[in-house]
Design a protein around this ligand. Structure first.
Ligand SMILES: Cc1ncc(COP(=O)(O)O)c(C=O)c1O
Length: 392
């Protein structure tokens, strides 16, 4: 590749920008401690995994063998035998959620999707794309689904085929919906297992819950029909990616033979990234289960340390069981911007990830605590006043 001197210097400047900001992030769950140097030689190849990794493809430069092993790894993690499920490496958690909802809608043309108000914003796009009727179920104060409201909405709709979109770790508060309680509520409405679809969104927690001692139910053995995980979050990757798994019998109904690639296909995209299965494969091969357990335990311990620091300064910070998302009252805009915290209404959060330097976390916590201590009126009133003045 030949670039002009000006273009090269633009790239150089961007390289330095990336170097400087590579660990910038406190509010979003992307781990940045990866090293995929061993895979750099593959950047010279136009890898493309279009179609199904289980089929022989006419496009020879694919990484199907690696993708298959990644899928098998997750089948094991989410307690389903490899011959009873099918899945693939997606472009991210959103595509996995779209795939799960697509399978559900193909299974139940009269289905209605139920998800809590704490569900990731992309699900609103998914239901529009699929023209899937959707009910936004109320959330409990901590972000978990309000099961009484779910029951109430099921009662009103008398839907014969509900599609439940369960959060296995919400974006803003790390809340995990209770799969057993959801299924009890469905049963109470006279719905048996074949009459509903249960999708789990485990964008971040899909690589946390399997590695803790007392995980909330999150597997196929707990009743899931499909599950989606982001690859660039707890695993870490230089580009977005993810994994989706679904029960084989649901996938079969969307599988079609494609003349052009001389193979069957059941994925969302045509061309698919052939490099990301390699990245995920390498990441999964480079750590044992106990290595992942240690990594998660370290993040949870840091979350607890952060909460202790906050609470000792009077800041009411908290987290859910098995969550590394630390929630606290939203500080001023300059503070949340300075530390790249994620905010939502009156709260903000930080996520404790392996790449973060203790000093980076300390600085953010110090700033938030110092600001909190200068407040003379309740924080929620400060926020309400700020909102009122910014909208006028
Ligand atoms: C709970 C949840 N679901 C879905 C997504 C979307 O995942 P992705 O960004 O990998 O598409 C996110 C991203 O933050 C998330 O937190």
């Amino acid at each position: 590749m030949t670039l002009s001197a000006a273009d090269q210097s633009r790239l150089d400047a961007f390289w330095h920008y990336c170097l400087e900001h590579q660990h910038f992030n406190l509010g979003y769950p992307e781990a940045a401690d990866f090293d995929y140097a061993a895979l750099e030689p593959f950047l010279r190849f136009s890898l493309n995994n279009c179609g199904d990794w289980g089929e022989a493809s006419n496009y020879l430069l694919n990484s199907f063998g690696f993708e298959k092993e990644v899928v098998q790894y997750f089948a094991d993690l989410f307690r389903i035998s490899a011959d009873q499920c099918w899945g693939y490496v997606t472009h991210g958690g959103t595509e996995g959620n779209l795939f799960g909802c697509y399978l559900a809608r193909e299974l139940f043309a009269d289905g209605i999707l139920y998800c809590s108000r704490d569900t990731h914003y992309s699900v609103a796009k998914i239901v529009r794309l699929l023209r899937l009727p959707c009910r936004w179920v109320a959330s409990q104060p901590g972000g978990e689904m309000d099961y009484d409201d779910l029951s109430r909405q099921l009662q009103i709709d008398r839907c014969r085929h509900p599609i439940i979109f369960a959060n296995l770790g919400t974006t803003l508060r790390g809340a995990v919906d209770d799969l057993a309680e959801i299924q009890r509520r469905l049963a109470r409405h006279g719905l048996h297992r074949e009459q509903y679809y249960l999708h789990g969104d485990a964008a971040l927690s899909g690589m946390i819950l399997p590695f803790v001692d007392q995980p909330q139910p999150h597997t196929f053995a707990d009743g899931l029909d499909s599950i989606s995980v982001s690859g660039h979050k707890m695993i870490g990757s230089p580009m977005p990616c993810g994994i989706v798994l679904a029960q084989q019998r649901h996938v079969q109904q969307v599988s079609v033979a494609v003349d052009y690639i001389s193979a069957r296909d059941q994925t969302i995209s045509g061309s698919r990234n052939g490099h990301t299965p390699l990245l995920l494969w390498a990441a999964l091969r480079s750590r044992t289960a106990s290595g992942w357990r240690q990594r998660i335990a370290q993040c949870v311990a840091r979350a607890d340390q952060a909460i202790e620091r906050f609470q000792s300064a009077g800041v009411p910070a908290w987290r859910h069981h098995n969550s590394i998302t630390v929630v606290f009252p939203c500080p001023s805009e300059p503070t949340w911007r300075r530390h790249c915290l994620a905010t939502s209404g009156d709260t903000a959060h930080l996520i404790t990830l392996p790449h973060q330097q203790p000093a980076q976390l300390e600085r953010a916590i110090d700033d938030i605590c110092a600001e909190w201590q200068t407040l003379t009126v309740p924080h929620t009133e400060v926020r309400a006043a700020r909102r009122a003045s910014s909208s006028s």
